[in-house]
Design a protein around this ligand. Sequence first.
Ligand code: ADP
Length: 449
Amino acid sequence: MPFKVLIANRGEIALRAIRACKELNISTVSVYSEGDKDLKHLKFSDETVCIGPASPLESYLNTPAILSAAELTQVDAIYPGYGFLAEDSNFAEMCEKSGFKFIGPSPETIKSMGDKITAKTLAENSGIQIVPGYKEDIPDDEEEFKAIAKKIGYPIMIKATAGGGGRGMRVVKSEEDLISSAEITMQEAKIAFGNEKIYLEKFIANPRHIEIQVVGDGKGHAIHLGTRDCSMQRRHQKIIEEAPAQNIDESSLNQTYEACINLCKKIKYEGAGTIEFLYEDGQFYFIEMNTRIQVEHPVTEMITGFDIVKAQLRIALGLDIKLDQNSIKFFGHAVECRINAEDPETFQPSPGKITKMHIPGGFGIRYDSHIYGGYIVPPYYDSLLAKIITLANTRNSAIKRMISALDEFFIEGIKTNHPLHQKLMHDDTFVNNEHTINYLETEFLKNDS
Ligand code: ADP
């Protein structure tokens, strides 16, 4: 009997998961909302189940509806992808309680990593360098609190321990704003996350975003698949990602790899995960661990030849897999551009009908996308339309290849950030790899307007 997996997601990642399932002879069940009847992957799925109205709360975030679909179709396991319920420990727990394997780490691990203080403590205990700060309870006495902040040194960042998605954070430049900023962050956190606990971190002024892809088998074996640089961001949303990260201090990197593997082994990490860092002046500072597949996973797959989604499936279903660090070989450089349905200047979402389009191809070019000519991009979900990935011997050649791929690509009918990518590929700061996480917003877009 082949395994059967329910894909609890939509768009390009649902298609990516189906492709991996097919290669492993796993049958697929795809769930979809009423607003998503025309999604491409539904045509390639063995079975499909409508789980509710277009609103994500009533469909892709609707645990009872997803579990009913799983029961109806008698699947073995549930693949969460990214976003939606992928990092919801309650969902993972409900899957397991209902007799379905959740494809990812245990609910306990998801929960620990979802709480920023617990995650920082776990990381620190495995030898991972964290952002200096203060994670004990904030004292009631204002003077005592001010003394703690002063010791860390301004500017500092106040963070909600239950925060996520770039929310629940506030930079404090000087002591006079400390108390009011802390109070506002706590109030906001209470409303947004139901948990008002906050902690302090040093504000790292101008870092790069570097992350490490890890894979664990849940039995104490783990490997890393190298680094990614995702510094080209707008409002904490990554736009361009590449692998490997270049110009990184080798001894810091090796120490960090070792500590990441330590962490995964210690918590018997299961499946794919990403440990994210801010990197400045040769130092890595842990920010969080994402306990799921990430949008940018293809750049790592391209430079290693390691299929991360297949590994997730194999590990979860108990299929044969050997995680051997020595067998991981790195080749060349990969760059990914995220094509979003949004105005390239105002960044306003631009849903609607794609009247005409053409996709790029050729040597070293990968295109991961669910869209097609005639497809109507619905307004209810995230704006990611396509990922164009290039692989070449060197970073410069991968950028050149991307320029040619972007020239071939076109979408008509809706606005996309395609022109922004074309400009960025010719931008000296990007080409020279001198950009930090602040570059796009504080320099490039300002100079551009
Ligand atoms: P979230 O879970 O909300 O995504 P993260 O802790 O991953 O929050 O932080 C999101 C982004 O916020 C980081 O990628 C970085 O750009 C910025 N950031 C977080 N912590 C710091 C810090 N201590 N100093 C400077 N920037 C930070």
